[in-house]
Write a protein that binds this ligand. Structure first.
Ligand code: ZN
Length: 332
């Protein structure tokens, strides 16, 4: 009874919170140099954030006890994550040195298409996933190109060999190998907002899933043997929600790990599933926080390089105009 009332009160409060987002202005005000926390989130930004956070397992990082490396959030990353979840973005630079966007803030640091954001964020999840599969004795390869036909030079983040998920409830997961492609989608990126992330749950993740499918398996141009392999895009939104095929993957992995839907009991499967969601959620949030932090460091490195170059007239050290290594490359 107490639980029911608690849930009801929570529900009412949550609905009120969601309704309160309507009162936000249509055009927000980004944080400026003088008011680092003073920006105002636009209505659509706030709605996109809230929809993404409301996804199943999106907030698993907040339930994760730091039992192992994959579920530990260091303090500084935790602070950045908290700010992100609250919609508090911080001012970073008058102009992004990668793409020229004016008034770059921490939101831009996450999504700047030219600064390696995709790679920085997606490698940690690939490795966390690989470690988890290893612990479960599921044979797989990382950055593996072997399932692809030779005419296109393709590689897959994680390739689970056929027949590894012996106890999965879906036949395709049971019999086929899995081509798991990890990708991040930010519902607050302009493209995803235009695509409806403020009004439809999970539209950023589903757009990314569709993009991956088109890349590897557009009709008539499938680049792997579909009889042996199944493409599984694992799209994770910045505020935690997974795409449809990501949830299916987590569900099938959990089912197989506990010995099938007839084998392990329901609670056991729930525990494994929650653990997988926690790993994905924690890894994602830590990776994004680090990404934002790295962006800030790179900006500082760039400012320092510029200052050095100004101190040395005629000294051509080649630093101005070049980006520090921390930017990384932009691959997808
Ligand atoms: Zn940029």
């Amino acid at each position: 009874m107490q639980g029911k009332i608690g849930k009801f009160v929570q529900r009412v409060q949550y609905d009120r919170y969601v309704a309160s987002l309507d009162a936000l202005p249509e055009t927000g005000r980004p944080p400026g140099p003088d008011d680092p926390y003073g920006g105002v989130e636009s209505r659509d930004m706030a709605r996109a954030r809230q929809r993404s956070m409301a996804g199943s397992g999106a907030m698993a990082c907040l339930r994760a006890r730091p039992m192992d490396h994959a579920r530990t959030i260091p303090a500084s990353e935790f602070v950045l994550m908290g700010q992100r979840f609250l919609g508090v973005e911080t001012y970073m630079a008058p102009e992004c040195p990668c793409c020229g966007t004016q008034d770059a803030d921490s939101r831009h640091a996450r999504i700047c298409p030219r600064s390696g954001a995709q790679v920085n964020q997606h490698q940690p999840l690939v490795h966390a996933l690989s470690r988890t599969l290893k612990q479960a004795c599921i044979q797989h390869g990382v950055e593996d190109g072997s399932p692809f036909t030779a005419d296109r030079d393709l590689r897959m983040d994680v390739v689970v060999l056929p027949g590894q998920l012996r106890e999965a409830s879906e036949a395709s997961f049971r019999h086929k190998g899995l081509l798991i492609d990890v990708t991040y989608a930010d519902p607050q990126a302009a493209g995803h907002l235009r695509g409806g992330s403020a009004t439809n749950d999970g539209s950023a993740a589903s757009t990314s899933e569709a993009r991956k499918s088109a890349h590897y398996a557009s009709p008539g141009h499938v680049s792997f043997d579909e009889r042996s392999f199944k493409l599984v895009p694992l799209a994770v939104e910045s505020f935690g929600r997974l795409g449809v095929s990501g949830y299916e993957l987590v569900d099938q992995l959990a089912t197989s790990m506990v010995g099938g839907s007839g084998g392990g009991d329901v609670t056991q499967k729930g525990v494994v599933k929650e653990r997988l969601l926690q790993i994905i959620s924690v890894t994602t949030q830590v990776a994004i926080s680090r990404r934002v932090h790295r962006y800030r460091l790179a900006l500082r490195g760039r400012q320092a390089a510029r200052a050095r170059a100004q101190l040395q007239p005629g000294g051509s050290r080649g630093e101005v105009g070049q980006l520090p290594d921390a930017w990384g490359w932009c691959l997808d």
